[in-house]
Design a protein around this ligand. Structure first.
Ligand SMILES: Nc1ncnc2c1ncn2[C@@H]1O[C@H](COP(=O)(O)OP(=O)(O)O)[C@@H](O)[C@H]1O
Ligand SMILES: [Mg+2]
Length: 262
């Protein structure tokens, strides 16, 4: 049976969809079969980010209404034979918790990983994502609003049936952490009282690729952050990507100042 992991957050725009794509691609590249489910109903972020928009024929709503079989709605990423997407329902449909559990159980029978990209906030669609999973990755950015909302989400997740809850810190900036202007990963872990699964640095390339063709990120060195995250999930080891050492020491001081002035 494959693992069912929901990617959730309190605040919107913190990088759930970006991390679902990056993690999915990294796991698939390592030989795992992966299915991404877009639960941001009506917004269709995952197919846009993965440049699969034109390949979508059926979606989650069509599966539930019986218009198609689950297999027919899955879209394969041309660049990765191991990675599939179940697109979100394009129009609002009454998805129940039983529906989502049935679908994710079926997919976990076939795929090594089922990743559910949740909408932001503690609403019914968030509950659907929880219900379809047995593990959760809570995405936070090192900013006050995100951390406050993450705290609420972590409490809700820990009070549910979810067996394993971990945090992914996104958009961390090594130069700011080194200057003491942003909390580092150890402080964040303590503050949220939840183990970290990994960190993803702030990166123009990640922003650029997730705005255009996300699969191209495989050719960038920023892919390393997702590879490390995938490795941590798979092995249960906690390797934290080195995001700040180049900003420490004398050379680091120069780099920090250059970064500050641009
Ligand atoms: N590590 C990062 N570095 C730079 N930009 C990022 C990073 N992670 C996400 N973004 C950008 O932030 C925006 C919101 O990300 P998205 O994944 O859509 O968030 P969510 O799914 O939580 O709403 C996107 O424009 C994305 O490119
Ligand atoms: Mg999203």
């Amino acid at each position: 049976m494959g693992r069912k992991i929901c990617i959730v957050s309190g605040k919107g725009g913190v990088g759930k969809t970006t991390i679902t794509c990056g993690l999915g691609l990294a796991l698939a590249k390592n030989g795992n079969s992966v299915c991404l489910i877009d639960l941001d109903v009506g917004l269709n972020n995952l197919d846009v980010m993965l440049n699969l928009e034109n390949k979508v024929v059926y979606d989650l709503g069509d599966c539930l209404s019986g218009k198609c079989r689950l297999k027919q709605a899955l879209v394969n990423l041309p660049e990765s034979e191991n990675l599939y997407l179940l697109p979100s329902a394009r129009s609002p449909v009454g998805i129940t918790r039983v529906d989502i559990k049935k679908i994710t159980d079926k997919l976990a029978g076939v795929f090594d990983y089922v990743l559910l990209d949740a909408p932001a906030g503690l609403n019914e669609n968030f509950e659907l994502a929880l219900y379809g999973a047995n593990e959760a990755l809570v995405v936070v950015t090192p900013h006050v609003a995100s951390l406050r909302d993450a705290d609420k989400v972590i409490s809700r997740v820990k009070g549910s049936h979810i067996e394993k809850t971990e945090v992914v810190v996104n958009r961390i900036r090594g130069d700011m952490v080194a200057r003491g202007e942003m909390l580092g990963h150890e402080q964040l872990e303590k503050l949220l009282k939840t183990p970290l699964a990994g960190v993803i640095p702030e990166s123009d390339k990640i922003n650029l690729y997730s705005s255009f063709r996300f699969e191209r990120i495989q050719k960038s060195k920023d892919v390393l952050a997702f590879t490390v995250l995938a490795h941590n999930l798979k092995t249960d080891k906690k390797v934290i990507l080195d995001y700040d050492s180049k900003y420490r020491g004398l050379l680091g001081l120069i780099r920090r100042n250059i970064k500050r002035s641009i």
